[in-house]
Design a protein around this ligand. Structure first.
Ligand code: SAH
Length: 213
């Protein structure tokens, strides 16, 4: 695994591109400057790793576009030590950003190949979530609930009720909702029974699939 000053230069440029697109959370930009994204994707795409683009990873999935990762990370308004549930570990790049923001991360992935690959790879870079889980994110993670923040990184045809139920009061669920394209949707739990809903624009994700698929 190699990380050179050339890669560092490209990361700095990527952070500038994201800033120009409206990312202004300095902690998120710092994470983008630090994490070696080229090591998260197939080496044949290495030269493109610091473009603001999504790329194929294993099992027909994609590593999300850096802007999307930065936007989701910023919108979660993460504080040190918060307990975060991530659904869709994928390449682990978003997981690494969450860990750079000093949160406690539980990350679920339903593709066994990706689960295995990423749970071996991230610790090698020094990124250690509380737990990698192989399973179906539609159910959330009731045994570890409640969470301060829940982030879904696959396009969900519906908002899974268990995810809303597993939020602390004051907590946030950020989930792209829709079939072909998705509306980034933020739910803030304002009381035991009430949620505020904010729609934050159009995005495109691979689908959130159910366990049986
Ligand atoms: N954040 C990841 C995004 C990967 S794409 C990255 O940037 O690399 C979305 C991921 O969600 C895929 O890995 C897919 O397998 C996973 N996924 C889809 N449906 C899921 C479900 N029901 N539970 C858990 N993971 C799911």
């Amino acid at each position: 695994m190699r990380d050179t000053s050339k890669h560092q230069g490209l990361r700095n440029q990527l952070a500038n591109v994201l800033q120009a697109k409206g990312i202004d959370d300095e902690k998120v930009l710092k994470a983008v400057r630090k994490i070696p994204r080229h090591l998260f994707i197939d080496s044949s795409f290495e030269s493109h790793a610091y473009q603001d683009k999504a790329f194929p990873i294993a099992a027909g999935q994609t590593i999300s576009q850096p802007y999307t990762v930065a936007f989701q990370s910023q919108t979660l308004a993460l504080k040190n030590g918060e307990k975060v549930l991530e659904i869709g570990t994928g390449s682990g790049y978003q997981t690494a950003v969450l860990l750079e923001l000093k949160t406690e991360v539980y990350s679920i992935e339903r593709q066994r190949e990706l689960f295995k690959k990423t749970s071996l790879f991230l610790p090698k870079l020094g990124y250690n979530p509380k737990k990698f889980i192989f399973g179906d994110g539609y159910k959330g993670l009731p045994e570890q609930a409640p969470f301060d923040k829940i982030i879904v990184t696959a396009g969900a045809p519906i908002v899974p009720k268990p995810l809303l139920a597993q939020l602390k009061v004051g907590g946030r669920l950020l989930i792209p909702v829709g079939d072909k394209t998705q509306i980034m949707t933020l739910f803030i739990r304002t009381s035991e029974k009430e949620f505020e809903k904010h729609e934050l624009g159009d995005f495109a994700f691979v689908p959130m699939l159910e366990e049986r698929n």
